[in-house]
Design a protein. Structure first.
Length: 288
């Protein structure tokens, strides 16, 4: 019986969540890769945080190079002229990331984008907050803010906070409320809703995703703009940190701070105040 993929974004239920998508699978044990076909391009994967290879524990570059050869032969026969492979952050699987990079560069791919995701290691008892963030945390505790995991009854209210925050910061809203509801229904144990309350008022919320047994990813975060002076997001991320640590995760991923290699300095600096470390996330391309 085939084992489940390491990452949720490699699970067939996630890859085929949009029936209209044109997905192409290439497989050669012990490795496989899914692509989205868009016109004359293959992208691994479109509409996902990443694609890249799905591998067993023991692989060598030749395993990947052999499969890439099949991809290129098929692509030329089908009129495909552009290949793009969007890798997972290197910190997720450092050894496999190195092998994948070697195989891609050896097959004529180039590094087109080098993005940065910022992660918090979960090895310390408490988050490595800077002095300013520690003061904000103490202030929130003094005000009686509370953190908890939420039921889906709070999804619409949480989504409103997320949309409000993203519009305020001029970030795109990449999912509709219905699309988000669908993901919670598809993966009820992997999609998790967290919130911060001032008494009974929800003032900050996060949609987090269990990427694997070791990685928790903060996908969406939002807060009530009228409470921003109290930084409820600090209280929220601190709560998620302790949840992740208590549930034996090793990495809390706070997400990308770049877009196609271009750094958002404000966002990057904000995440640094939580003691994050950088991890490279590469995008490789090849013209046929």
């Amino acid at each position: 019986m085939e084992s489940s993929p390491t990452f949720i974004f490699h699970h067939p239920k996630f890859i085929f969540r949009n029936p209209e998508d044109s997905i192409v699978l290439f497989e050669n044990h012990p490795v496989k890769i899914y692509f989205s076909r868009i016109g004359n391009s293959l992208i691994s994967l479109d509409k996902s945080p990443f694609g890249s290879f799905i591998v067993d524990q023991h692989i060598v570059p030749n395993d990947l190079s052999s499969l890439l050869g099949k991809v290129m032969v098929w692509s030329k026969s089908e009129g495909i002229t552009n290949l793009m492979i969007r890798a997972f952050p290197e910190v997720y699987q450092p050894v496999h990331s190195g092998i994948i990079k070697t195989a891609l560069l050896g097959s004529g791919f180039i590094e087109t984008y080098s993005d940065i995701t910022q992660v918090v290691p979960l090895s310390d008892e408490s988050m490595n907050l800077n002095t300013h963030k520690k003061r904000r945390l103490r202030k929130a505790e003094a005000l009686g803010f509370s953190f908890r995991e939420l039921t889906l009854d709070f999804l619409e209210e949480s989504y409103s906070l997320i949309v409000e925050s993203r519009i305020n910061k001029r970030y795109p809203v990449t999912m509709s409320l219905q699309e988000l509801k669908n993901m919670f229904a598809l993966f009820p144990t992997a999609y998790i809703l967290f919130g911060v309350f001032d008494k009974n008022k929800l003032i900050s919320a996060s949609v987090s995703i269990k990427v694997s047994e070791e990685i928790l990813y903060c996908f969406y975060i939002g807060d009530d703009l009228t409470y921003r002076t109290y930084s409820p997001v600090t209280f929220l991320i601190n709560g998620i940190y302790h949840y992740a640590k208590g549930n034996h995760f090793k990495i809390l991923d706070l997400g990308l701070s770049t877009d196609k290699g271009i750094l958002n300095r404000g966002l990057y600096a904000f995440k640094k105040t939580f003691g994050t470390i950088d991890s490279v996330k590469l995008t490789f391309t090849k013209q046929l």
